[in-house]
Design a binder for this molecule. Sequence first.
Ligand SMILES: [Zn+2]
Length: 328
Amino acid sequence: MRCIMNENYILGLDIGGTSIKAGIVNKWGNLKGFQTIPTNSSQGPDQVLATINTLIQYYQEQDSISGIGIALAGSINNKAGVCIYSPNLNWRNVAIGKIIEDSTGTEVRLINDANAACLGEYFFGAGRSYNNIICITIGTGIGSGVILDNKLFTGNSGLAPEVGHMVLIKDGPRCSCGRKGCWEALVSASAIIKRAAVEINTGTSTMLNELTGGEKDSLTVQYIFKAWQAGDSLAVDIMTEVKEYLALGLANLVNILNPKCIVLGGGIIDLDSELTAGLEDMVKELSFPSFKDTVLIKKAKLGNKAGLVGGASLFLKEIETLGGQYVN
Ligand SMILES: [Zn+2]
């Protein structure tokens, strides 16, 4: 067993632009009382914070909670407990840590959601047996976390890593960050949909037209994967290339960080498809020879609960030594 919580019950929260996930995590990483509620982020920080307070009150009435670990989609100053900027929530400089501590009387620890998911998988999920892992979540965008020698690596700014923004094609497709050719602009769900939509608009023959009933706005990754599985030539072309870029990006990370394990999760990984079939071999083929024999690629185990479990893990006794970047 890798870790024991300081106390028995920690409340984990994962606050994203669309939903807030919450649950009580015990010292073995087991979760109870999981629920998801809408964030309603358009109502502004005050209203969202009021919603969070009500949610915390509910859990405080159920159990004696000794800490609140919050994973939040955005740039975080974890020492100050401040969300510096969150495009998903449209927040700037929200001192959520102090606000929640004052209203609940319970200690709050705050972390970026991708780093939280990485900690969750490291302590309780697919990465639990390894000292050096990279955790990558591929959905609309790419989230990432890195643990090196049992420590969460957050870089000079405390905001790293952003593996989704390594550039793989000079002057490639435009990325959400404003630059071109980032990994995220090649393999994320939004990139896949965008590329298929462009092809459909140029009149390329594809069964995606039937699957969507001609409604371009209803194009989803699920439809594209279905067409891929059925051998639709457009979907096969797109997904063959996506898989190659997925492997190439992973191999670059292997070459730089020499991880023992890469944990892959997120919407497009969770879908039942050929995307991860044989992927480990493809990555090994593209990796630096000395590193390729030892790297493992595993699917994430905690699913959409990794963030809140990782948030709660900030109260692990061992976090000060294992995740020394957080408490200092
Ligand atoms: Zn980018």
